[in-house]
Write a protein that binds this ligand. Structure first.
Ligand SMILES: [Zn+2]
Ligand SMILES: [Zn+2]
Length: 171
């Protein structure tokens, strides 16, 4: 599914079109990277019983395997279903607030058409980027920083940050 996005630059442009705020004014602060299904780091974190990838383990591998000196935030995208030990599945995960690395899975975001898929992916990507830029979860159900436990939650929220979260981002 992520092949339909062609390349990371295109996805970054889409992110920028959707949301115009400080974080994305400087797109060079963010890298979007695609993890191929045969990526050894994905395989190392793969749970064959669950047929899912443990996102916590995966995040441990991702930054260490990159010997980069730059301070860019890195958003990894994968088609493989991801989970945390305490959850059946998750849409995405960031290391912690203000960290450098996050991952989003497209696996459960697929919809009847490409437009729906893309809008879901943008929401979850923005959500994880929000965490990387120090935001926590938001109680505003329309805000992209509200926690999504299922696909209905994803569809309910908007592809934007609420006024409060935007203020925090701009600090
Ligand atoms: Zn979150
Ligand atoms: Zn908010």
């Amino acid at each position: 599914m992520i092949n339909t996005l062609k390349d990371a630059d295109k996805f970054l442009c889409l992110l920028a079109q959707e949301v115009n705020f400080k974080l994305l004014e400087s797109l060079n602060e963010i890298s979007v990277l695609f993890l191929g299904n045969d990526d050894c780091r994905l395989q190392a974190a793969y749970n064959f019983k669950r047929r899912q990838c443990n996102a916590e383990v995966l995040l441990d591998y991702l930054p260490k395997s990159l010997s980069r000196s730059h301070k860019k935030k890195e958003l990894f995208l994968t088609d493989i279903d991801i989970y945390r030990p305490q959850a059946e599945f998750i849409f995405g995960l960031s290391e912690r607030r203000g960290a450098r690395t996050a991952v989003v899975s497209t696996h459960r975001l697929k919809g009847q058409n490409a437009g729906l898929f893309l809008s879901r992916l943008l929401k979850e990507a923005l959500h994880e980027l929000g965490h990387l830029f120090n935001l926590g979860h938001c109680q505003d159900k329309f805000c992209v920083m509200s926690l999504s436990l299922d696909i209905k939650d994803v569809d309910y929220k908007k592809t934007r940050f609420c006024r409060n979260c935007r203020k925090l981002l701009e600090r």
